[in-house]
Each structure stands twice: as structure tokens, then as C-alpha cells.
Design a protein around this ligand. Structure first.
Ligand code: HSE
Length: 291
């Protein structure tokens, strides 16, 4: 049997819609996998009651099928579904890594990304790599058709997860079909700034690069209290704030000593809107690990 810890991830980071992703040092899924004649799945942990155990409807089943590697899979969720924290990607990455090791498939992490993305396709209808790439490879990742670029960094972050549900499918429906050239120019500049910040381990540049006027405003409107959370986090010292993935989690970049105050401010802001939430003081971290 193989046990894998696979991290939550945050996709988009504002200016990198469907491209950027970051592995978070916490929370994480723990997944146990052993060979079997046919794939079975058992779920426990955060939000597991909402996740089907039928292998044909579960990301883990899709990954096992894509790798032609049947297994008994037990998933203990640390990341609840529909959170904006790469819940399905964590399970998909863990299962891909475990099956690669169990069956000695020899793919390696980057080559496993498309297999893990098959699980994403099952959940959201599209095989995005922006969560599974950092879940497998760790750090900050840039996922394009040409491949994955990975950068090791440890930028401090706060992630605040409200007790709201935003489905990825709904969040994709509100993405604008087009943008003005001036908006695209600004977004390219922000994305380049964020990337430079990740390379230099510079929270100021990362935060500045998170701003986005194309996709984020439409998604923020789906999250009760978002504007207040954004304002309070910046007031508490965050260098940048945006929607995490498809939401409803909100992510803030910051300096390490400011994390606690920012987490508290974000919780206060959601409370002002009668929304329960929990905050994770985290950072950009490692990819899935065999335990
Ligand atoms: N990039 C994706 C989105 C991540 O924001 O819709 C969620 O699958």
C-alpha cells in the first residue's frame, strides 16, 4: 500500500486565469492506494459526504482509468469540494502519483499532469492543469499548451474559506467572452510582475501582480462579502488579494509576520456579512509526497 499527502492548490492568482497555480503548504488530502482487480473508492474527511464513491463519478476513478491501473483507493479529504482550493486536483494528483509508484509506470510528475487532469475534466467539464500541475510538482506553476514551467518559492499566504458553495461550472459561466485590449495589456503586465515576484520570493511583487480586471470582478460578485474581505486584508497588510481558483475561497499574499493579523481581518470581514469562514495561514509549498 502507498500513502500520499497531496496539497490544496490555488489556481489563477488573479492575473493568470487558467494558467497560474500554487501548491499550498496546508491543507492537504491523505490518500491510501493499493493494487486491486477493480477500482473501489472510499471517502472520508471534509465534505466527503458530497463526493460520490462510484469510480465512474469520482476523480480518483477517472485517473485510475486513464492510467489503466485499478486500485483500492481511500481518500481522507483535508480540502472540501467546491472550495476554490483544488479539492479534486489534490485527490487526482495523489492517486496519479501513487499509481505511478505502485505499478512502476515510470511517468514522473510532469508527465502525470495530463492523467490527473482527466479527473478535473470529470468534475468541471474541462481538463485544466492549473490545479493538478502544482499539486503534483509543487511551488508556483505556469501551465500552457507547451508544457508546465515550475518555480520553487515559499511566498507566505493566507487563504480564507467561507461556508459558501460556488461550483466551478457556475463560476466559468460568468467569465466574460471578450476583453478590451487595454485590459489585456494590464493583465499581461500584472502576470509578468507576479511571475517575477515568485522568482524573487518577493511578496510585494506577487501581491501587485494579483490584480485582474477581466475575470475576477465577475467571480467576486458570486462571493458574499468579497469586497469587504479584500479591503480588510489589504488594511491588515496583505500585498494583494484575489479569488482563489473559482472561489469561494479568497487568497492574500503577504509577509510572514502579517499572516495572523490578515487571517483575523478576513474572518472579521466575512463575519460582518454573517458568513462563517475558516482561515489557513499557509505559504507556497511542496507538491504531493509519498509518505
Ligand atoms: N482555472 C480554473 C477556473 C480553476 O478558475 O475556473 C478551477 O478549475
Amino acid at each position: 500500500m502507498i500513502t500520499v499527502r497531496a496539497p490544496a492548490t490555488s489556481a489563477n492568482l488573479g492575473s493568470g486565469f487558467d494558467v497560474f497555480g500554487a501548491a499550498l503548504s496546508r491543507p492537504a488530502d491523505i490518500v491510501r492506494v493499493e493494487p486491486a482487480d477493480e477500482t473501489t473508492i472510499e471517502m472520508s474527511g471534509a465534505g466527503s459526504e458530497y463526493i460520490p464513491e462510484d469510480p465512474e463519478k469520482n476523480v480518483a476513478g477517472a485517473v485510475a482509468d486513464a492510467l489503466s491501473a485499478p486500485a483500492r483507493i481511500r481518500i481522507d479529504k483535508g480540502v472540501r469540494p467546491s472550495s476554490g482550493l483544488g479539492s479534486s486536483a489534490a485527490s487526482a494528483a495523489a492517486v496519479a502519483l501513487a499509481l505511478d509508484a505502485l505499478y512502476e509506470l515510470g511517468h514522473g510528475r510532469e508527465a502525470l499532469v495530463p492523467y490527473a487532469a482527466e479527473g478535473e475534466a470529470l468534475v468541471s467539464g474541462e481538463a485544466h492543469a492549473d490545479n493538478v500541475a502544482p499539486a503534483l510538482m509543487g511551488g508556483f506553476t505556469i501551465a500552457t499548451d507547451g508544457g508546465i514551467t515550475q518555480i520553487d518559492t515559499s511566498i507566505p499566504l493566507v487563504v480564507c474559506l467561507p461556508e459558501l458553495v460556488v461550483s466551478t461550472r457556475d463560476a466559468r459561466r460568468v467569465v466574460p467572452a471578450s476583453a478590451e485590449v487595454s485590459e489585456v495589456v494590464d493583465c499581461v503586465g500584472r502576470a509578468a510582475t507576479l511571475t517575477a515576484g515568485m522568482c524573487r520570493d518577493d511578496p510585494t511583487l506577487v501581491g501587485r501582480g494579483m490584480a485582474d480586471e477581466i475575470v475576477t470582478p465577475a467571480r467576486a460578485a458570486l462571493i458574499d462579502g468579497y469586497e469587504t474581505v479584500h479591503e480588510y486584508a489589504l488594511d491588515a497588510g496583505a500585498t494583494g488579494v484575489t479569488v482563489s481558483g473559482a472561489g469561494p475561497a479568497v487568497i492574500a499574499a503577504c509577509r510572514h509576520p502579517d499572516r495572523r493579523a490578515i487571517a483575523s481581518a478576513m474572518l472579521d470581514a466575512f463575519a460582518d456579512h454573517d458568513v462563517e469562514a475558516r482561515a489557513y495561514q499557509t505559504r507556497v509549498g511542496r507538491g504531493a509526497e509519498l509518505l
